[in-house]
Structure formats: C-alpha cells, structure tokens
Design a protein around this ligand. Structure first.
Ligand code: DGP
Length: 116
C-alpha cells in the first residue's frame, strides 16, 4: 500500500530523485535532507506504514529487515566501528514529522543533538 500524498512513498517509488543508498523488496534507505551528522540515513518500509503503531505480527519480516540492513549500511559508511545511533520517532511527543515510519541511522560527530 502506498499513500499518494506521502513524500517517503514518492521517494520509495523513485518519483523524487535521491542520492540512492539502498533498496530491496521491503525497505529503502536514503540520506536525510537535514542531516544532523556526517552520516544521516533514513531506513523506511517500502509500504506505507504511518508509524510503529501500525506494526502487526504480519510485519515481523519487515521490522527485522529494517534492523538487519543497518550493519550493511554502517559498513558502507565506514562507521561500523566508530559507532552510530538508531532513532525511531513516533507521534507528536516523539517528534515524528514525516508520517511514514522511518529509522534514523546517525553516525559520525553529531552536528547537533538528534533528539529534541
Ligand atoms: P522525524 O522527525 O523522525 O519524522 O524525521 C523526519 C526526517 O525526514 C527529518 O530529519 C527530515 C527528513 N525529510 C523530510 N522530508 C524529506 C525529503 O523530502 N527527503 C529527504 N531525503 N528527507 C526528508
């Protein structure tokens, strides 16, 4: 399922050109437009899920894939050993701005604090 008004659905579909990082049958990863650190990648489901609230047991493969691509991306970015943060915001108090579930992969010296 896709949402025609969702910016991340359009990115997944290739309708908005991105510096491509990674895509497979379940997830797409691309660089955050407002990076807070030298590496700031968003990992998103290819299907439109608004937030973690939409996750069900049917999404276990997808949820696992969102995490299992992390080491691959971290290796590619050269931050596997230096380290990184994984952040998933949900809802207004979680400071979620884009209503398509996404995982932030943030590595390198943070330019500003990624939370808050
Ligand atoms: P969050 O607060 O967790 O919903 O963060 C959403 C992130 O999405 C924010 O860091 C900026 C990023 N973002 C918003 N619109 C676009 C876009 O059109 N392209 C890209 N690459 N990133 C976007």
């Amino acid at each position: 399922m896709t949402d025609p008004d969702c910016i991340f659905c359009k990115i997944v579909a290739g309708e908005i050109p991105q510096e491509g990082v990674y895509q497979d049958d379940l997830v797409t990863a691309f660089r955050d437009i407002h990076p807070v650190a030298p590496t700031h990648i968003l990992i998103v489901p290819n299907e439109h899920l608004a937030s973690t609230n939409d996750l069900t047991r049917n999404h276990e493969k997808l949820a696992a894939r969102m995490l299992s691509v992390v080491p691959k991306l971290a290796r590619h970015e050269g931050i596997e050993q230096s380290g990184y943060r994984l952040i998933m915001n949900s809802g207004p108090d979680g400071k979620q701005e884009v209503i398509h579930m996404h995982l932030h992969l943030i590595g390198g010296q943070a330019m500003r604090h990624p939370i808050g």
